[in-house]
Design a protein around this ligand. Structure first.
Ligand code: UDP
Ligand code: MG
Length: 318
């Protein structure tokens, strides 16, 4: 029996790319169906993440033209990771495997064949799409991303280097992911924690087909900080060690100053070192508070247990 493949494609203001993306996915699906690799019940599910343009109208149009296209409309913009999770969780009982992909055609559609091959013949539950070069990204994005993945690994996070959210997951793996109730989503750090047999497929990352990146620098930085603080407690521990060493040094310094006072008598010199200590400790305190604040903020969000997304419509022909 051929497998039912669902693809989940989050879309935020993507009206400019949806025609082309749909064309290419349609050609790919037709090829896979005629080669008996996937079932004709396979679908492409666009998740409209509260777009301000005509993205949802476009998705409905695609659905009316061809039942291959389905749509999920979120009640408002919830961000890429929430939109992706909404899609994955909505379709996980309908599909044998689900591939998530960006709408802008930066992920290579032809890598899908190899992903399915590993799912079907090598019994992989998770197949990660990994870009083997970043020629098409700006030098800045390449450098910062490279440094970020190194840092993440240094901090003990499990994420796969150079893997974004282009991946295949089996139904079993999605059921595993469904048991992670956390609010601060960093899917590429969470999926490896699910486990099961996994493999990698390399692909060449292309350029955004049309429109502009929905990840400006500010969003990129906050995404990176979320990634670190939601998968690793190492920064908190690092601050503890720095604080401890600093504190021990201060005790040694205090002993030295007191001893000098009794030997030499008091002096007004030392203003500079006093100021330095105040500034140094003030800075260290603020840094430590900032790190702690980041985690407390996360705990605050977690304990509220708010829904991670609300679905307004789900159009799907079963
Ligand atoms: N996206 C989304 N909600 C958002 C921001 C982005 O669903 O709030 C989607 C977007 O439509 C795209 C994917 O997430 O399909 C990746 O975004 P983008 O291509 O702009 O990021 P980049 O490739 O520049 O990192
Ligand atoms: Mg992109």
């Amino acid at each position: 029996m051929t497998k039912i493949l669902y693809m989940v494609v989050p879309c935020y203001n993507e009206e400019l790319v949806l025609d082309e993306t749909s064309e290419r996915l349609k050609a790919k699906y037709e090829q896979l169906i005629s080669n008996n690799i996937i079932s004709p019940k396979s679908r492409v599910v666009y998740v409209n993440d509260g777009s301000k343009d005509k993205t949802w109208e476009k998705i409905q149009e695609k659905h009316n033209e061809n039942p291959m296209f389905s749509g999920i409309n979120l009640s408002r913009n919830r961000g890429h990771q929430n939109a992706l999770l909404a899609g994955l969780m909505t379709v996980r009982n309908l599909a044998d495997c689900v591939i998530s992909m960006d709408a802008d055609l930066q992920d290579d559609i032809n890598a899908i064949d190899e992903m399915l091959e590993k799912f079907e013949n090598e019994n992989c539950d998770i197949v990660y799409g990994v870009r083997d070069n970043r020629d098409t990204d700006t030098v800045f994005k390449r450098r910062t991303a490279g440094a970020f993945y190194k840092l993440m690994q240094g901090l003990g996070s499990q994420s796969v280097p150079n893997h974004a959210d282009f991946r295949l997951m089996s139904r079993r793996a999605l059921d595993g992911l469904a048991q992670f109730p956390e609010q601060n989503l960093f899917l590429r750090g969470m999926v490896p924690l699910v486990g099961y047999k996994s493999d990698i497929v390399y692909y060449k990352r292309g350029e955004r087909f049309a429109g502009e990146s929905k990840y400006p620098l500010k969003k990129m930085i906050s995404f990176a900080l979320d990634g670190i603080t939601s998968t690793s407690a190492a920064p908190m521990r690092l601050i503890f060690w720095i604080g401890l060493i600093w504190f021990l040094l201060a005790i040694v310094g205090a002993i030295y100053i007191i001893a000098r006072h009794f030997i030499n008598g008091s002096d007004v010199a030392g203003w500079a070192s006093t100021m330095l200590a105040i500034i140094g400790f003030g800075g260290a305190n603020l840094l430590a508070l900032g790190v702690i604040g980041e985690y407390i903020g996360k705990i605050f969000l977690e304990v509220k247990q708010r829904p991670r997304y609300l679905i307004e419509d789900f159009i799907n022909e079963d």
